[in-house]
Design a protein around this ligand. Structure first.
Ligand code: GLV
Length: 393
C-alpha cells in the first residue's frame, strides 16, 4: 500500500504570535528573525566559517574567557550538558552533582551513561548550596568532576559562589562544569577569573537567539585532560577535539564534523552582536532591575516568591508560589488564551508549587514586567471565580 501525502501539509503553515515569558525560549528580536531568512550557506563555505569565527568571538565575550576551545554544539542546551560530561568523563570516574533543582539530576543521569560513579550533594528545598555542604561532599567523595547549575530554571535558584567553587576544585584536582543555560545575562559570570573548566549556555534565553546552537567553552586544563584520555569520548557527535577542529579552535585545518545550520548561525550571530553592543554589564543590570520590579509587584499582589532569600533568587527565571486553592494550569491557560502570554508552571520538584516567569532577552523590560504582573493577577482572580479560560465558549 502506498502512503499518501498527508492532508495537513496541504494547509499553509500557521504560527501564532506569543509573548514567551516562561523559562525559555524567549522571543527573538526582528534583527535575529530577519537574519535567519538569509540564504542558506554550505557548512564548509568560507563565508559560513567566517560567521562561525565571529560567533566564537562573541561567545568568548559573554563567558569572559580567552579559551581557544570555544565553540557551539549543534543542539539545544542539553547538548552542552552532554558534551561537557562526555568529554571529561572516563569509565569509573567519580562525579559529584550539585543539586538545587532538576538539572543536577539530569546531569547525573547522563554521567552514569558515560560510565561515571555519580554522587549528589543536595541543597535544602528552595535554597542554594553552601560552601560547607559542598566541601563536605568533596571530602567524602573526592570527585574528578563537579557539576553545578549557576541558575536552576526549575526552582529559580542562583548559586552565587562559583568563584569559591573554582578554588575548591583546584584544591581537590577536580574539574568544574558550570551550566549557565538559564543564568547567563542575568548575573555575573567570569569563566577565566573564576577558574571554571567547562561552561555552556542557552542561545534561546537571555541571548535571545534561536534554540539549536549551544555556546560552550573548555579551559586549557580541561583540554589537556581530554587530550590525555585513555579512550575516546563515547559519542562522536560530542567529541570537542573534532568539533573544535571544525570551529577552527586549534590552529589546524578545518575538518567536516557535521553540517551546522547556517540559518541558526546567522540568528545567533545577530543575537550575540546585539548583546555585545549593549554590553555584558548593562544586560545583567537590566535583567536584575526587571526581576526586582517583578518581585516587588508580586509582593504588592499579596503573592510570595518561592525562593525565600533574595540573594538566592535567579533574575531570569522567577518562581512564585501558587496560592492555596489556585490551579496553576488554569492561570497559565487564561494568560495564553486571552493574552497569548506564556506563564509557565513548575518543573521537577516545583511542579504544582510554582509559576515560573521568565524575564529574558527581549522580554526583560519594565513594560513586559508590568504587563505580566497585571495578567498574572487577573488570571489568578479569574481562576478563583471559576471563570472559564476557554474564551471561545
Ligand atoms: C527549561 O529550561 C525549563 O526550565 O523548562
Amino acid at each position: 500500500m502506498e502512503v499518501p501525502p498527508p492532508l495537513v501539509l496541504k494547509r499553509p503553515l500557521y504560527v501564532p504570535s506569543k509573548t514567551l515569558m516562561g523559562p525559555g525560549p524567549s522571543n527573538c528580536s526582528h534583527r535575529v528573525l530577519e537574519a535567519m531568512s538569509n540564504p542558506v550557506l554550505g557548512h564548509m563555505h568560507p563565508e559560513c566559517l567566517q560567521i562561525m569565527d565571529e560567533v566564537k568571538e562573541g561567545i568568548k565575550y559573554i563567558f569572559q574567557t580567552l579559551n581557544d576551545a570555544t565553540m557551539c554544539i549543534s543542539g539545544a542546551g542539553h547538548s552542552g550538558m552532554e558534551a561537557a560530561l562526555c568529554n571529561l568523563i572516563e569509565d569509573g570516574d567519580v562525579v559529584l552533582m550539585g543539586i538545587t533543582g532538576v538539572w543536577g539530576h539530569r546531569a547525573g543521569d547522563m554521567a552514569r551513561r558515560y560510565g561515571a560513579e555519580v554522587h549528589y550533594v543536595e541543597a535544602s528545598f528552595g535554597r542554594a548550596l553552601s560552601h560547607e555542604e559542598i566541601t563536605f561532599a568533596f571530602e567524602a567523595h573526592r570527585p574528578k568532576v563537579f557539576f553545578i547549575a549557576q541558575g536552576d530554571s526549575s526552582t529559580g535558584i542562583i548559586q552565587q559562589n562559583i568563584r569559591e567553587l573554582g578554588e575548591l576544585c583546584r584544591k581537590y584536582d577536580c574539574f568544574l562544569i558550570v551550566d549557565t543555560v538559564a543564568s547567563l545575562g542575568g548575573t555575573e559570570f567570569l569563566m577565566d577569573e573564576w577558574k571554571v573548566d567547562v561552561a555552556y549556555t542557552g542561545s534561546q534565553k537571555s541571548l535571545g537567539g534561536p534554540a539549536g546552537l549551544t555556546p560552550i567553552s573548555f579551559s586549557k586544563r580541561a583540554l589537556t585532560r581530554i587530550r590525555k584520555r585513555k579512550t575516546k569520548p563515547k559519542v562522536y557527535y560530542f567529541d570537542i577535539l573534532l568539533i573544535g577542529q571544525y570551529w577552527g579552535c586549534y590552529g589546524t585545518p578545518r575538518i567536516y564534523h557535521h553540517t551546522i545550520s547556517s540559518t541558526l548561525l546567522y540568528g545567533l550571530r545577530e543575537a550575540l552582536a546585539h548583546f555585545c553592543a549593549v554590553g555584558l554589564k548593562a544586560v545583567v543590570r537590566r535583567h536584575q532591575e526587571c526581576s526586582k520590579r517583578l518581585q516587588l509587584g508580586i509582593e504588592e499582589l499579596g503573592l510570595e516568591m518561592f525562593v525565600s532569600r533574595e540573594e538566592e533568587r535567579l533574575p531570569t527565571v522567577n518562581t512564585i508560589k501558587v496560592p492555596f486553592g489556585v490551579d496553576w494550569k488554569k492561570v497559565a491557560e487564561y494568560a495564553m488564551r486571552k493574552y497569548s502570554v506564556e506563564i509557565s508552571g513548575g518543573l521537577g520538584p516545583t511542579v504544582e508549587h510554582v509559576f515560573r516567569i521568565g524575564l529574558m532577552g527581549e522580554n526583560a523590560t519594565v513594560e513586559r514586567v508590568d504587563m505580566v504582573l497585571s495578567i498574572l493577577n487577573e488570571a489568578i482572580q479569574s481562576s478563583k471565580l471559576g471563570i472559564k479560560t476557554d474564551l471561545s465558549k
